[in-house]
Each structure stands twice: as C-alpha cells, then as structure tokens.
Design a protein around this ligand. Structure first.
Ligand SMILES: Nc1ncnc2c1ncn2[C@@H]1O[C@H](COP(=O)(O)OP(=O)(O)O)[C@@H](O)[C@H]1O
Ligand SMILES: CC(=O)OP(=O)(O)O
Ligand SMILES: [Mg+2]
Length: 398
C-alpha cells in the first residue's frame, strides 16, 4: 500500500510539546498517531501513541537536550519507519507570535524564519521553542516544506479600542498593541461550538482557554473582538508561572528599588510567578488541587477570582454573555475550577449543573441558566493540519 500523504504537526506549548501525524489525502485530515512530552513530569519522556492508545515509540529527553531538537530527529525517523519513506508532505508548526504581518499560515523560508525569530522578545517562553524544530528539521530534510500557523492570526481583526494601549500613539505605529494568543485553540473551539449548537454560533461567547498558559477570547459571530493576552502572552489571567495583568508600577519598582535587571524581571514574571509564585509549591493545577497547604488554596482562589473578573470584562466588550466555553488542560479536566469560576459568575446568570460538570459533559449549564456553558476539548493540532493541508493545496511547492 502506498504511504499516505501526511503532515506532521508540532504544537510547542509552555509546558508540553504535542504532536500529531495526519493523513491529508482526504478533505478532512485524519489523525494517524499522536505524541506528547509533558514537562511537568520529573523525567519528561516523549510518548507516541496510535489512535487506539498503543505506545508506538518512547524516548527519554536527555538533560542536555534543551531545545528538544534531537527528539524531532527521532520522530522523523520513526515516521519513516512506521509509515514509509516520502509520506511526509510538510511539517506544520504552531508559532505563537506572528507579529503584525501574518493573518494566516505561511510557508517558512529562511527569511521568514529569521523574521519570526526576531519576535522572541515578545514571546520569550514560546517563540524559541516553536522555531527551534524548524531549524532542526531543515538541517535534516532541507527539501521538506515547513508551514507556520500562528496563535495571533485569529485575533488579526482586533480593532481599537480593544487592541489599543494607552501610551503615546507613536508606539502603536511601531507595533505595540494587543495581539492576543491561543488563536488556534479558539478557532477550533468556535468551530466545534458552531457544529454542536448552531443557534449559538453568532452569540456573545467567551471561550476560556485554561492551560499552563491561559487566556480568554470574546467572540461575536464567531470572530475575536477582545482577548486577555496582549503584546505578549504575559498579560491577562493568572497562569502556571506567569503573572498575568499586573500594575506596571510593580515592574518599575522591581527595577528601580529592588535593583533587578530587565532580564531578572522578565524571568520573575514569566517563570516564577502565577500559580507557582503564589503557592510556592507548583505551577501544576493538579498538584495544587491535591495539596492541603493554605498557600495552594490561595493560589487557586486568585486563579478563579481573576478568571471570573476577566470573563466579566470580556462580557462587557460583548455587551452581555450568552455562552461560556471551557477548554485547555485545566478547563477540560478540572470540575473544581469550572465550578468555582461559575459560582463567582452567578450574578451574570451562570448556573452550572453539578452532575453535568462532574461528568464533564459537553453542556454543563442548568436548564434555567441565562448563560449556556460548555466544555469543549481543544485540538490545536487538527487546526494546524487543516491549515497546512489547505496551504499545500494552494501552493503545492510550499
Ligand atoms: N485533571 C486535571 N485537573 C486539573 N488540572 C489539570 C488536569 N489535567 C491537566 N491539568 C492542568 O493543565 C495544565 C496543562 O494544560 P495544557 O493546555 O495541556 O498546557 P499547555 O499550555 O502546555 O498546552 C497543567 O498545568 C495542569 O495543571
Ligand atoms: C500562548 C500560550 O500561553 O501558550 P501555552 O498555553 O501553550 O503556553
Ligand atoms: Mg497549549
């Protein structure tokens, strides 16, 4: 049997690397196998599984393997062995920041890769992790097409005042504005919502992507009109290790009075803050939920307080709230967090049904709730596969 035309999708998040291999010979990509490297684990391993859940390939990440480059070389080797030489048509990458220029996927040339690498200061936790595999794969298979799909693209239509910062206008001309992230996730979830509840497709919807990184998107007619992340993925909600929205005076204080360098402040806000900083224990919500320590409870409390607060802000941008959707590692798996956020939003008419919430059903609101509430597992990988396949059809030599 000839090897199926396929696309390898890489989704490099802040705490995990996910990948999927998709057969793209039909109109809708079909998953052939998937992999995960969860960096919350003490000894991270890349585990590749068949769609039936069988482990096909396992690889320990070496301590020296800081950018996971060798893992991708192994993954390419595994794909050739398992699915045949020449089946790969392209690698589709999640690239977190697309800057002002990209409103959709793009075939990665050397020039574009360098331009995206230059955006590293705007997403220091993600951009190098997303782009390192591009260089590794180019070194191994220079002729293989590589395609970037951006977190920022879904929010490209954001307009003032939502996109504007209250700083002198000359900085806006230099690109300092709200870009927003998690767009591949919001795009997928909005599509699923439209399929599941077509009457809600045009409604005033807030999608809460709650993972290690966390952000909200306010959607009207399925399009992003506001979002909590800004120029960088540091803004908005409390995250695993990121602070979210903070008085900018804190940054000045740290530099001027604590005598911290800009690099030290950056490290503090991206790597040592959020759930980890407040709990002093862990960035992993599972660990905090299982802990009896008071500081763990306080970190969870701040997380749900800020999430509910920002959902109210997004509802104001929409002038009301018809539908709330939870997604991301925490949003999909934690009934406790969904319930706590729902309780804080009771004044907005959110009523979560405890039994439906416990069972993580797709719809979890009570029948009398003014707001429809859903849990929709995200799938950034298939979104990237769809975009990559579409670009290959348009530009077969991509
Ligand atoms: N069963 C669970 N209960 C609570 N939190 C969970 C559960 N499973 C996963 N999580 C949380 O999801 C987070 C990872 O989310 P995910 O969206 O996969 O991360 P990333 O931002 O790296 O893509 C972890 O930090 C973990 O705290
Ligand atoms: C943009 C972002 O924060 O992504 P992640 O949640 O994967 O870290
Ligand atoms: Mg993610």
């Amino acid at each position: 049997m000839p090897a199926p035309a396929s696309v390898l999708v890489l989704n490099s998040g802040s705490s995990s690397i996910k990948f999927g291999l998709f057969d793209i010979s039909a109109a809708e990509p079909i998953l052939l196998c998937s992999g995960l490297l969860d960096e919350h684990q003490a000894k991270p391993r890349l585990v590749v599984k068949s769609t039936g859940g069988h482990v096909l390939f396992e690889k320990k990440r070496e301590a020296s393997d800081t950018d996971s480059g060798h893992l991708f070389a192994d993954v390419l080797g595994f794909i050739e062995d398992q699915f045949g030489k020449g089946c790969l048509r392209a690698v589709g990458h999640r690239v977190v920041h697309g800057g002002p220029d990209y409103s959709g996927p793009v075939a990665l040339t050397e020039e574009i890769t360098a331009k995206l690498e230059a955006l590293t200061p705007l997403a220091p936790l993600h951009q190098p992790r997303c782009l390192a595999p591009v260089r590794t794969i180019r070194a191994i298979q220079p002729a293989l097409a590589q395609i970037a799909c951006f977190d920022t693209a879904f929010h490209h239509g954001l307009a003032p005042p939502a996109s504007r910062f209250a700083i002198p206008r000359r900085f806006e001309a230099r690109g300092l504005r709200r870009y927003g992230f998690h767009g591949l996730s919001f795009e997928y979830v909005a599509g699923r919502l439209a399929g599941t509840a077509p009457d809600l497709a045009a409604s005033r919807t807030v999608i809460a992507h709650l993972g290690n990184g966390a952000s909200l998107c306010a959607l009207r007619d399925g399009r992003s009109v506001d979002t909590t992340m800004g120029l960088t993925p540091l803004d908005g909600l409390v995250m695993g290790t990121r602070c979210g929205t903070i008085d900018p005076g804190v940054l000045l204080y740290l530099q001027q009075h604590e005598k911290m360098s800009a690099e030290a402040v950056q490290h503090l806000l991206y790597h040592e803050s959020g759930l980890l900083g407040v709990s002093g224990l862990s960035s992993d919500m599972r660990t905090l939920l299982a802990s009896r320590e008071a500081a763990a409870g306080e970190a969870i409390d701040l997380f749900t307080f800020r999430a509910a607060q920002e959902i109210a802000v997004m509802s104001n941008s929409l002038q009301g709230l018809d539908c709330l959707v939870f997604t991301g590692g925490i949003g999909e798996h934690s009934k406790e967090i969904r319930s706590a956020i729902g309780e804080r939003l009771a004044w907005l008419g959110v009523r979560i049904d405890p039994a439906a919430n416990d069972a993580a059903r797709e719809r979890i609101n009570q029948s009398g709730s003014a707001v429809d509430v859903f849990v929709i597992p995200t799938n950034e990988e298939i979104t990237i596969a769809r975009h990559s396949a579409a670009l290959l059809r348009k530009q077969p030599t991509a």
